[in-house]
Write a protein that binds this ligand. Structure first.
Ligand SMILES: Cc1cc2nc3c(=O)[nH]c(=O)nc-3n(C[C@H](O)[C@H](O)[C@H](O)COP(=O)(O)O)c2cc1C
Length: 348
C-alpha cells in the first residue's frame, strides 16, 4: 500500500530515473508555469454532486470515434519511452492493454508501431503523427500505422519548433535508442532537439485536409486551445480534436486546458469529438472533463511514472488507480453512467 495516488508514482519515478531522463519527462517550457497550471485548473473547478440517485451499478464506458471504450482514459503519446524503461513502448502497451486503455503510439517512439502492437495485440492503438519536412516519409508513416492496425491518426500541431526547455538544457539527454520513424535521417547525436528539427514548421490546415481525405483513418488534431481553431478543424475534415498544451512543454503561459475546454466544446457542437489532456491526475479530473463535454482524456506523465517505476505493472496500476477514483466519483456524483455526465454536476 505504499503507492495510493498517482503522485506516489511520480516520486518513485523521480527516485529511479537518471537525471537527464527525469528532466525530459518532468520538465515544462520556460518557467514551467503551465505544468502546475494544468493541474491547478482541474483542482480549482468544483463539483456539484446529486444525491439519492441509485449508484450501485456503474458504467464507465464511453464512445469515441464510433467505438466503445471500456472507460474514458487513454495513454497520451510521449516520445522516447525507452528513456523511462528499457522495454519502453512495449511495456507501455502491455500495461495499457491490461487496463483496457487505448494507447497513442508516437512518431518519436523508440519502437516501431508494428512491434508495439505485437507486444500487446488485444489493445486499441492510435498513431500520433509529427508531420516531417520529408512528406514522402510522412506518408510512409501514415500507411504503416494504418497497416499495423492503428484506428486513428492523431496529428500534433503545437510543435512547429520546440518550446523553451530549460530543464532539458541543464540536463541534456541523447535519445536512448533508435527512432525507427527517422531511421537513417539523423547523423550525430540524436537529441530530442535535433530530432524535432525534422518536423515541418510550415504545416497548415490544407495538410490536415489531405490527411483526413487520403490517410484512410479518422484524423484527430492534437494541440488545439482556441475555439476558432476548433471551427477550422471541422472545416478541414477532422473527426476530432485533442485540447492540449502539450503538457505545458511548448508555449509557457498558454491557457490551462481545463479552462480552454468549455468554449471549444461550444464551438464544436456535435460536429467534432473533443478529447483533452494536461494535468489529469485524479478520477475527479476525469469526471470534470467529461462533465464539461470531453469524450475522453489522455494521461501523459502519469503513464510514464508508472512505466519508470514498474514497467507494465506500473502502467496498469497507475491507470487502475485513476479509474478506481473515477468509479467512486461517478457514485458520489450520483451519475452512475459516465456517458450521462454533464454540466449539471459542475458548480458555477
Ligand atoms: C516526456 C513527454 C514526451 C512527450 N512527447 C510527445 C510527442 O512525442 N508527441 C505529442 O504529440 N505529445 C507529446 N507529449 C505531450 C503528451 O502527449 C500530452 O499532451 C501531455 O503529456 C499531457 O499532459 P500530462 O503529462 O500532464 O498528462 C509529451 C509529453 C511528455 C511529458
Amino acid at each position: 500500500v505504499s503507492r495510493i495516488a498517482l503522485s506516489d508514482y511520480e516520486a518513485d519515478a523521480a527516485a529511479r530515473l537518471p537525471a537527464a531522463a527525469h528532466a525530459y519527462i518532468a520538465g515544462g517550457a520556460a518557467d514551467e508555469l503551465r505544468l502546475a497550471a494544468n493541474v491547478a485548473a482541474w483542482r480549482a473547478r468544483e463539483l456539484l454532486p446529486r444525491v439519492l440517485r441509485p449508484a450501485g451499478e456503474r458504467d464507465p464506458s464511453v464512445e469515441v470515434l464510433g467505438r466503445r471504450w471500456a472507460h474514458p482514459v487513454a495513454v497520451a503519446p510521449t516520445a522516447f519511452q525507452r528513456m523511462a524503461h528499457p522495454e519502453g513502448e512495449r511495456e507501455m502497451a502491455r500495461g495499457a492493454e491490461r487496463a483496457l486503455a487505448p494507447m497513442c503510439i508516437p512518431t518519436l517512439a523508440t519502437t516501431a508501431p508494428v512491434d508495439v502492437i505485437a507486444a500487446a495485440p488485444q489493445g486499441e492503438y492510435w498513431f500520433q503523427l509529427y508531420v516531417l519536412r520529408d512528406r514522402g516519409r510522412t506518408w510512409e508513416l501514415i500507411n504503416q500505422a494504418r497497416e499495423s492496425g492503428c484506428t486513428a491518426l492523431v496529428v500534433t500541431v503545437d510543435l512547429p519548433v520546440m518550446g523553451v526547455r530549460g530543464r532539458e538544457r541543464r540536463h541534456p539527454a541523447t535519445a536512448p535508442a533508435d527512432v525507427p520513424s527517422l531511421a537513417g535521417r539523423v547523423s550525430g547525436p540524436a537529441t530530442p532537439e535535433r530530432l524535432t528539427q525534422e518536423i515541418d514548421p510550415n504545416l497548415s490546415w490544407e495538410d490536415i485536409a489531405r490527411f483526413a481525405s487520403d490517410g484512410g483513418l479518422p484524423v484527430l488534431v492534437k494541440g488545439i486551445l482556441s475555439p476558432l481553431d476548433a471551427q477550422l478543424a471541422i472545416e478541414h475534415g477532422a473527426a476530432g480534436i485533442i485540447v492540449s498544451n502539450h503538457g505545458g512543454r511548448q508555449l509557457d503561459t498558454a491557457i490551462a486546458t481545463a479552462r480552454a475546454l468549455p468554449p471549444i466544446v461550444e464551438a464544436a457542437g456535435d460536429r467534432l469529438e473533443v478529447l483533452i489532456d494536461g494535468g489529469i491526475r485524479r478520477g475527479t479530473d476525469v469526471a470534470k472533463a467529461l462533465a464539461l463535454g470531453a469524450r475522453a482524456v489522455l494521461v501523459g506523465r502519469p503513464a510514464l511514472w508508472g512505466l519508470a517505476a514498474d514497467g507494465a505493472d506500473g502502467v496498469a496500476q497507475v491507470l487502475e488507480l485513476i479509474l478506481d477514483e473515477f468509479d467512486r466519483a461517478l457514485a458520489l456524483l450520483g451519475v452512475p453512467r459516465a456517458r450521462d455526465l454533464d454540466a449539471t454536476v459542475m458548480a458555477p
